[in-house]
Design a protein around this ligand. Structure first.
Ligand SMILES: Nc1nc2c(ncn2[C@@H]2O[C@H](COP(=O)(O)OP(=O)(O)O)[C@@H](O)[C@H]2O)c(=O)[nH]1
Ligand SMILES: [Mg+2]
Length: 443
């Protein structure tokens, strides 16, 4: 059976826009070979790397290699051409423009992967893993996403679907052929449902960690002005991002940057919190933002200046964040000889104790999200799993009170439909468009 769907021919630049070693223009669709043939001096031979020039009439654009893929053996399942040219911004743009003029249409976001899904080269959870892999902010999440791309989640979901389908077949056989097939015992149905719910729960246990891995956690550095918050922010990022001066009230805005500590960390530098008649309007607003940032953070690093000790003003801030997960650190320990116990003493300026602090933060992060998880899922997949679970619970409850099996079968079918949505067997256009809108152009 030919499952390849007919679409128009699309093209896009598949490498990041900017200068680089190579740039790739990807063309997919029925006319991709024909279009390339018109602008390429070499001979296009499938499964071969073809060398030549891209020419616009007599004008040479670039010396390139062309990779031709004949359907269905390509990323999208269609005829695909990849043109590898020199990686200058204008080179790739010139070639793309020429390809578009010669008969292709500009691809939409994620359209190549969407076609791959529609042509059954990937199921939906694998297609989503492609986006995760590209957008992963940490190495760890990239590895987890690659597992899904290889189909780990789909295999597990299909296994559960098979189980549920077997239960459904038993029920339906009893209903359709009452004379020949006995309806299944309620006890057996209950056992089946319990097992299936357990398997779904197993995937869902990783849901919270998945979300943290995907979105990361927010860490806010708070404390009085001048204790060294911005210095620590810069040191942790190994960047001179925030302005550091000896003038209290230097930081007036909330600054954020991301940091890879196994999961993405959004590090937030805040304006020092103080109550003073002399502060101006801008600083006052900054302080309000700081308080807000502290409230919204998953973890707060509270910092004080060890040369001044823990003063009343520090205690007020500590009191403000006491119900949040927090770490207390004493800064400027390069200036003192005595260091208090049970407190992390650092010097943001001389980079003393920074590794220890990072380890401490990593330890807390691990509580949020274990390093190796069996499955990562996204919100959509979690939603489908939850709905499937609810239907199975209803079937389970109904089996316990020996409800008519005809009625039980409705919930079982519903559970199957919800799981079908994960891999994309059942899917609406809206959901599909929503998923692929989050892709980049050229993927
Ligand atoms: N000696 C010493 N000075 C520091 C240290 N950290 C920050 N400072 C200084 O303290 C002042 C205030 O630092 P800053 O990072 O702007 O503090 P913030 O107002 O809390 O953001 C600057 O002059 C820094 O150079 C440290 O660990 N040791
Ligand atoms: Mg500052």
């Amino acid at each position: 059976m030919n499952i390849i769907q007919e679409f128009d021919t699309i093209a896009a630049i598949s490498t990041p826009l900017g200068t680089g070693g190579v740039g790739v223009i990807r063309i997919s669709g029925e006319k991709s070979f024909e279009i390339t043939d018109k602008i390429f001096t070499g001979k296009i031979t499938p499964k071969m790397i073809c060398h030549g020039w891209i020419k616009n009439g007599e004008k040479k654009i670039d010396e390139v290699v062309v990779l031709p893929f004949k359907n269905p053996n390509s990323y999208t399942g269609e005829d695909v051409i990849e043109i590898q040219c020199h990686g200058g911004l204008n080179v790739v743009r010139n070639i793309l423009e020429l390809v578009l003029k010669t008969g292709a249409r500009m691809a939409e976001r994620g359209e190549f992967t969407k076609r791959a899904f529609l042509n059954r080269k990937l199921d939906l959870s694998q297609a989503e893993a492609v986006a995760d892999l590209i957008h992963s902010k940490t190495q760890n999440f990239a590895i987890q996403s690659a597992k899904n791309l290889s189909g780990v989640l789909s295999v597990k979901v299909n296994e559960i679907k098979k189980d549920i389908f077997e239960t459904l077949s038993k029920i339906v056989a009893g209903i359709d052929f009452p004379e020949d097939v006995k309806e299944p015992e309620y006890e057996d149905l209950i056992k089946d449902f319990e097992l299936q719910i357990g398997k779904i729960d197993n995937i869902l246990t990783g849901a919270k960690s998945s979300n943290i891995m995907r979105q990361g956690i927010k860490i806010a550095i708070v404390g009085k002005p001048n204790v060294g918050k911005s210095s620590l922010f810069n040191t942790l990022l190994s960047l001179d991002r925030a302005i550091v001066t000896e003038i209290a009230g230097t930081t007036r805005d909330v600054l954020t940057e991301t940091l890879d500590l196994g999961i993405p960390v959004t590090l937030i530098d805040t304006a020092g919190i103080r109550e003073d008649e002399n502060i101006d309007k801008v600083e006052e607003i900054g302080i309000e933002y700081s308080k807000q940032a502290a409230k919204e953070a998953d973890l707060v690093i509270f910092m004080y200046d060890i040369t001044c000790g823990l003063k009343e003003a520090d205690k007020l801030i500590l009191d403000f964040i006491k119900n949040k997960k927090h770490i207390i650190i004493a800064n400027k320990c390069d200036l003192v000889s005595q260091r208090p116990e049970n407190t992390i003493c650092i010097s943001a300026k001389s980079e003393i104790g920074i590794e220890e602090l990072k380890e401490k933060i990593k330890g807390i992060i691990l509580e949020f999200s274990p390093e190796d998880m069996e499955f990562v899922t996204n919100n959509r997949q979690q939603d489908c799993l939850e709905k499937a679970r609810e239907s199975l619970i209803q079937a389970y409850e109904a089996a316990k009170v020996k409800e008519l099996q005809d009625l039980i079968s409705i919930d079982v079918k519903q559970a199957l439909l919800c799981l079908d949505e994960i891999t994309g067997e059942v899917i609406t256009d809206d959901i599909l468009n929503n998923i692929f809108e989050n892709f980049c152009i050229g993927k």
